[in-house]
Design a binder for this molecule. Structure first.
Ligand code: GLN
Length: 445
């Protein structure tokens, strides 16, 4: 009730929620009280949280930030949503996001932009901007986000919270509206690494309904939080400290790295030589997969349908023209072009080959060091309305998207400020090194 009141008072300004499910929340909280009274409480029983509006929630609108799905009431729960419910958490609602998770500022939402709680003239980052802002403003202690090319880590950095993108396949994608299926991964956003660990414990694991989820034992992600860092080998990718990195971000990151040295870690420079190809490869692969995934919105089966169609083709055309926003249309156009006959080998196939080289860069680096560190984003949160051209928005993702192409996990942790605006330190590990990342982040916090 306290947090629902806080949302009422503050979210008119922040716009971090698309839907607040007060009634369901209060009844889930009663249920959690009963469980506690019966001695059945687990570590997450009764913990309030919020869910990015990309996850299907039975009986509740699941808009994905789009007019296309503004009328869509999901008929079932995403696997992570049912797992969190089974763990006793209390969802307060669904958070704002860039339309279909396409964006880095939350300005592509049909429901309007979200404001950064630290500075209301700044963006919160995207696409999980609503989740990040809600946690940063203390509206919820934790939230679920998704990360296809940085959408957990970059908004976490901009809002001064902790966000973890797990290894591809660690968390089920069932019931998560698909953007780019080979890159999408859900994960926790919270105030601390310890809280992210608790959440990951609840959501990780194999799911028979997601064929890319991995059948691998889920460790207790809180167990290694306190392990000392003496002897930890940290690599600093040379390519992550070059041109385009804001000096105030760089100095916050360098200060953070000194803290790790004082904890007994050793630091050395490494190279990820294919870094400059990550943005072009990603912006071929992600739109290609998106154009295919978004073909299901035809005005017949889901979502928006135009008025008075004259025939089936008119129904398709106008429903899609009216339902999708500009950035989504741009990606569909790019994706259908690069997948078309005659262009496939030149673009999509080439991008997949580059992707393998990018993955190999990381595997080679992890032969030498335990974790990599660098900035989560090249700048602090930028001004609302300031970034108008799509390519400069895509360049925001320079330090985050290679991680999705490689499938490895990454976490952003708060590492000071640039003026009023937070800076995020990104820590990367090899596949399934989430426990290590949480440990390293926790020691810093
Ligand atoms: N900014 C990137 C994009 O627009 C990443 C978004 C995401 O991770 N969902 O595609």
């Amino acid at each position: 009730q306290d947090l629902l009141g806080r949302i009422d008072r503050m979210d008119g300004q922040l716009n971090s929620f698309i839907t607040v499910t007060a009634e369901q929340a209060l009844s889930a909280a009663d249920h959690a009280d009963q469980q506690r009274a019966n001695g059945q409480a687990g570590p997450l029983t009764g913990v309030p949280l919020a869910i990015k509006d990309i996850f299907c929630t039975q009986g509740v609108k699941t808009s994905c930030g789009s007019k296309m799905l503004d009328n869509f009431i999901a008929p079932y729960d995403a696997t992570v949503v049912s797992k969190l419910r089974a763990a006793g958490t209390v969802s307060l609602g669904k958070t704002n996001m860039d339309e279909f998770a396409m964006g880095s500022s939350n300005e592509n939402s049909f429901y309007g932009p979200v404001k950064n709680p630290w500075d209301l003239t700044a963006v919160p980052g995207g696409s999980s901007g609503g989740s990040a802002a809600a946690v940063a403003a203390g509206l919820v202690p934790a939230a679920l986000g998704t990360d296809t090319g940085g959408s957990i880590r970059q908004p976490a950095a901009f809002c001064g919270i902790t966000g973890l993108k797990p290894t591809y396949g660690r968390v089920s994608r069932y019931g998560m509206v698909a953007y780019a299926s080979s890159l999408d991964q859900g994960g926790p956003m919270a105030r601390s690494a310890a809280d992210c660990g608790l959440l990951l414990n609840a959501i990780a694991g194999h799911d028979a309904r997601d064929s890319t989820s991995v059948a691998r034992v889920v460790p207790d992600y809180t167990e290694e939080l306190d392990a000392p860092l003496a002897g930890l080998k940290i690599g600093l990718p040379r390519e992550y400290f070059g041109d385009g990195l804001d000096p105030s971000v760089e100095s916050a990151i360098r200060d953070a790295i000194k803290v790790f040295e004082s904890l007994g870690a050793s630091v050395r420079e490494v190279s990820l030589p294919h870094t400059s190809y990550a943005i072009p490869a990603y912006y071929v692969i992600a739109p290609a997969e998106a154009s295919s995934n978004l073909s299901r919105y035809d005005g017949v089966r889901f979502g928006h349908r135009c008025d008075n169609p004259s025939d089936l083709i008119d129904l398709y055309k106008r429903s899609r023209a009216e339902g999708f926003g500009d950035e989504v249309k741009r990606r569909i156009l790019i994706g259908t072009h690069t997948l078309s006959e005659g262009f496939f080998d030149a673009y999509y196939k080439k991008a997949q080959q580059v992707r393998r080289l990018i993955r190999q860069d990381f595997l080679d680096a992890f032969e030498e060091v335990d974790v990599l560190m660098g900035p989560a984003a090249p700048t602090p949160a930028f001004d609302l309305g300031a970034t108008k051209d799509p390519v400069s928005m895509y360049l925001q993702d320079i330090y985050t998207i290679a991680i999705n192409l490689a499938g490895i996990p990454g976490i952003s942790v708060p590492a000071g400020f640039s003026g009023k605006r937070p800076v995020g330190l990104q820590i990367l590990g090899t596949h399934f090194a989430e426990a290590r990342l949480l440990n390293v982040a926790h020691q810093f916090q």
